[in-house]
Structures are given as C-alpha cells and as structure tokens.
Design a protein around this ligand. Structure first.
Ligand SMILES: *Cc1c(COP(=O)(O)O)cnc(C)c1O
Length: 336
C-alpha cells in the first residue's frame, strides 16, 4: 500500500511514532457467511504494536510528541483500574524515557481477585509505571494527588482515554488510512462500528470523513456512559474542535451513538457479549474483550441480524483492542 501523504495540518505537529501502521484490514469471511448479511471487515487496531496494542496508541503519538516538545519528564494520566489507555501510556512512556504516573479509580463493581493485579495492571507495572488506586468516592484523594504531581513543571497531564483535540488527531489519521485501504481493496466504505467511551476515537473518525467529504456512517457503541447523550455531545464537541484545529470548514455529520449493548454497565460483562466473543473466536480465531470491543462486536452481530444493513454494504468493525483484560473476566465466561 502506498504511504499516506500527511496533510498540512499534521505535518508541522510533533508526533512521536509508536504504532505499526497501517494496521491490517481483514475480511471476516466466516462471520459474514454465518450471518448472511453484508460483507463484514475488521480493522485491526488491536495490532498497533506498542505495549501489546490498542486504540490509545495512535492518540499517544501526538500526546507524547507534545509532551516531549514541551520538555516534560513525567506523564500523568487517569483511568479505571483495568484501563487500556493507562497500559498503553505506560508502554509509550517506557519507550520515550518518561516517568509514568497512573491514577486509577475503582469504578467498576466487578469482584475477581485478579482485577487489581492481573491483565492491564500487571502490564502497567511491567512497563515500569507507578500505579496508584483511588476509591470512586475518594475524589479528594485523587484531586490532591493530581495537584501534587502538577506542582512539578515537568509534569504533563493526559486526560482519561487521551481524548482531547490533540489525541483525537490520531483517529483523523486512522480515518484517512482506513478510507484509503478500503478503496485500494476495491470497495467503498459505508459503515464503521466501534466501542466508544471517552469520544476521541469516534470524534477523530467523524472529523476525518467530514473533512474528506466521505459519506461514512460511524456508529459509536456506548460502553461507558449511563446517559448516551453525554457521549453524543462529547463526540460532537470534540469533532468540531478537531476540525477547527485542522483548519477545516467542514461540519461533522450527525453523531450516531447506540446504547443497546452496554449490558449491566461499564466494564461489566453480560451473556450477549460473552457469546458474541465466543462466536468470533470459534469462527475467526479472533479475540475481543468483554468491556469494549466485545460490546461493539455484539452490536455488529445484532444489527446485521436485525436487518439494519443493506446486503451491498461494507461494514468495518474497528477492533480497538482490550484483549489484555480478558483473563480477569474468565468467571463471566464460565457462567454462560
Ligand atoms: C478506550 C477504548 C475504547 C474507546 O475509545 P475512546 O476513544 O475512549 O472512545 C474502545 N475500546 C477499547 C479496547 C479501549 O481501550
């Protein structure tokens, strides 16, 4: 595939290369046949390479580029206990020679002895990050820790999920990469579906397609917010901020968020998700996780079964990663 030419708005921004790009675009041949609907594809952003991969790596290229340009020595970021963003930040900091401080909140009511030591937490520590946990009710504790870390002028703060208008540029690049890959493979991209939580992935994709005047429906599967409108507004605001940063006059398309697949709540597995994960594993040899990508997979399968796609559509499931936490959820699979 021909290398992507960087548009002017990206050329002058510091970017610290972390990801192995382009990530593969693969036909889900067996799953497409089984469901007997449109052709289904998977964009493998679980294979971005660094620190076992995932969607935060593309955002971190811009965020760490900025941190290094500003002379930062220490990166501070936030997330839930099993945050994939935290783990990818830890790996990126290891590569960049930066100290990494992870402030993780116990916000998921899932009891398994491995939850605070296994999966992503194990990897956070392996990459040399300093990990601190806070109870969800202890917002003062978290605030104090942040204030203390902020006192050091060499600290660089990254918001949860890396989702600001700088991080989201990683998904502008991804949107362009994906559209090029589809046309080189010989089809017109019509739908992208993915797990959405801190809005940066969806906002970046929406901004990329708006700027290029591509008519692509991006369906964000809400896996985090109690009220899906919170996510919808956040994606719209962020997409507008990103387009402005790009110097684009384009308006973002209407934001589509689906709330039907969150199950019992954020990072809590349900049977629909574990059986969808089993289906993809058995038919395609692929692994999805119960908190994020597995819920997007569930949505994809259900939307096909509901007949919500045209047979001529080409639907791309963006695999955002998250597989690192699957062992922590082993109990949910045994319950099926
Ligand atoms: C963070 C994350 C998402 C959601 O991406 P956002 O940009 O935060 O909306 C989806 N899947 C996985 C595995 C993630 O870690």
């Amino acid at each position: 595939m021909t290398p992507i030419e960087e548009p002017a708005y990206l050329r002058d921004l510091p970017r610290f290369p972390l990801a192995a790009l382009p990530t593969p675009l693969q036909l889900l041949e067996n799953l497409s046949r089984e469901l007997n609907g449109p052709r289904l594809w998977v964009k493998r952003d679980d294979l971005t390479g660094l620190g076992t991969g995932g969607n935060k790596t593309r955002k971190l290229e811009f965020l760490l580029g900025d941190a290094l340009a500003k002379g930062a020595k220490r990166v501070v970021t936030f997330g839930a206990v099993q945050s994939n963003h935290a783990r990818q930040t830890a790996a990126a900091c290891a590569l960049a020679g930066l100290t990494c401080e992870l402030l993780l909140t116990r916000q998921v009511d899932y009891s398994d002895p491995r939850y605070e030591v296994g999966g992503n937490v194990f990897l956070d520590r392996l990459f040399g990050a300093n990990v601190r946990f806070f109870d969800a009710a202890d917002s003062d504790g978290l605030k104090n820790a942040v204030n203390e870390l902020k006192e050091d002028e060499h600290s660089y703060l990254i918001p949860a999920g890396g989702s600001n208008d700088l991080g989201a540029l990683g998904y502008v690049r991804a949107g362009v990469e994906l559209a090029n890959q589809c046309s080189q493979t010989g089809f017109q991209l019509s739908h992208v579906i993915h797990a959405s939580s801190s809005a940066g992935t969806q906002a970046g994709l929406v901004a990329a397609f708006a700027d290029r005047e591509l008519d692509v429906d991006v369906l964000g599967v809400n896996v985090y917010h109690d009220d899906p409108n919170t996510l919808k507004e956040r994606v719209d605001d962020l997409a507008r901020a990103v387009l402005q940063r790009m110097g684009s006059q384009a308006e973002p398309a209407d934001i589509h968020v689906n709330h039907a697949y969150i199950g019992p709540g954020y990072a809590l597995p349900d049977e629909a998700t574990t059986s969808a994960i089993r289906m993809a594993a058995e038919l395609e040899g692929l692994v999805f996780d119960p908190a994020y990508s597995g819920k997007a997979l569930t949505a994809l399968i259900d939307q096909v079964n509901l007949g919500n796609f045209d047979e001529k559509d080409n639907v791309v499931l963006l695999h955002t990663g998250g597989v690192q936490s699957i062992n922590v959820y082993e109990g949910a699979f045994n319950k099926e």
